[in-house]
Design a protein. Structure first.
Length: 425
């Protein structure tokens, strides 16, 4: 029996990245926490060696933007904060590794067969997680006994599904991620089967009962209707969007409003760590205008494990999840770290880079030529970056595994195929 070694390696790599946290929980091998950083650095070095000095313009601009962002975070830390050089360098890499991964994929320019293997691996994982998610939802008590690293999180009177992951947020994100690959196929090839599977996966994603997943579905429908089809919105498409929006508000309106009140505007009786981080990051933005307090000092992983002095200064220590002895929710969101650590200038640079990525993907979708596959990857990349932006309101999505790796790979695929097409003309 012949074994396709390339396919085997891609499947193992994809599943290992996807279930990194689960593997760590089962094995206790904490070194696996650094697997995503090693993957990014290895791919970046391989891509540079393979390029022979021929780096696409967009990758060059992306790296230049990341370097500028890094200099802001390093400079502000040197100016205003206590730091050790090793921690500062590690925090700097963490802050820009998503852009390094994107650059690496663009420079490497993977071929169509390789990209299709990654897509196939994601679909394979999606089928497994769909099945395990249904069992988790129907028999939550049995599920947590079978898998001791899982737990039951009741929301709206229902168990929040996590499948084989360690958190419902990961399950909801991944099932929507996989759904977008199928929806992209429907968008480009008009395959009804792909549409049906995407709807099934979206339903599974919603079973995570995470507000950001539900909002993510709405955001993607909006972007698909008004950005991708903005010049030729059909009445049928507009009617479907309004019907879906109305149904979402009817089913989840109260739940979403409560989440918004708790995490964004802080008007509930329970003060959440996410709200405190956002509120204090805006104070830092004003107090340390325009540079912030530097990498590893607020809202990030290294600010959590070294417990930043700014948590004391801005009275974060009395909030549950931000206690000095147990800051478990100190990385429960993303943008407070950008606002607090890099200030107005760094936030502007980061948003500008994301804008350029989205603009490039949209240009690829509308001007990519006759190749259906190249258009498919650009469409999927666009959907995935929209989903990531919504997820970033409640997750450090651009620098935490497994999300940042898979997002970086597939957005990179969407960018790289367009560059390949231009090179062939």
């Amino acid at each position: 029996m012949k074994i396709d070694v390339r396919k085997f390696v891609i499947y193992v790599l994809t599943l290992t990245i996807l279930f990194q946290d689960t593997i760590i929980k089962i094995t206790g091998i904490s070194l696996l926490n650094y697997m995503d950083e090693l993957f990014v650095l290895a791919l970046f070095m391989i891509a540079l060696c393979r390029s022979r000095g021929q780096i696409p313009d967009f990758a060059g601009r992306l790296m230049a933007g990341a370097l500028l962002f890094m200099l802001v975070g390093i400079g502000s830390c040197v100016l205003f904060s206590q730091y050790s050089l090793g921690t500062l360098m590690a925090a700097s890499l963490l802050a820009v590794k998503f852009f390094l991964l994107l650059s690496a994929v663009i420079i490497y320019r993977p071929d169509e067969k390789l990209i299709k293997l990654f897509v196939s691996a994601i679909k394979f994982a999606g089928i497994i997680l769909l099945a395990t998610g249904i069992i988790n939802f129907c028999f939550p008590a049995i599920w947590v006994r079978l898998l001791p690293f899982t737990w039951i999180d009741w929301r709206m009177g229902l168990p929040s599904v996590m499948g084989l992951f360690i958190h419902p947020g990961q399950y909801g994100w991944f099932m929507l991620f996989a759904a977008l690959l199928y929806y992209g196929e429907f968008k480009v090839y008009r395959r009804q089967k792909s549409l049906l599977i995407s709807v099934l996966f979206i339903f599974a994603a919603i079973l995570s009962l995470k507000a950001k997943v539900i909002v993510g579905v709405g955001a993607i429908l909006w972007a698909d209707t008004f950005l991708l089809d903005g010049k030729k919105i059909s009445r049928k498409k507009l009617g479907f969007f309004l019907m879906a929006l109305s149904g979402g508000i009817l089913l989840f309106g109260g739940y979403l409003l409560e989440a918004f009140s708790k995490y964004i505007i802080g008007t509930t009786s329970e003060v959440s760590a996410r709200y405190v981080l956002l509120n204090r990051s805006l104070q830092i933005l004003a107090d340390y205008f325009p540079l912030g307090v530097g990498f590893g000092k607020f809202g990030s992983w290294y600010a959590r494990i070294n417990y930043s002095e700014y948590y004391y200064k801005y009275n974060c220590t009395t909030t549950y999840g931000l206690f000095p002895e147990d800051p478990r929710f100190a990385t429960d969101t993303f943008w407070p770290a950008i606002l607090g650590e890099t200030g107005f200038i760094g936030t502007f640079i980061y948003l500008l880079i994301l804008y350029c990525i989205i603009k490039k993907l949209m240009a690829s979708i509308h001007h990519i030529g006759k190749s259906h596959f190249q258009r498919l990857m650009a469409v999927c990349g666009f959907y995935i970056i929209v989903q990531a932006l919504v997820e970033s309101t409640g997750e450090p999505i651009f620098n935490s595994a497994p999300q940042n790796i898979l997002i970086g790979l597939f957005v990179g695929f969407g960018l790289s195929v367009n560059l390949r097409l231009k090179a062939s003309r």
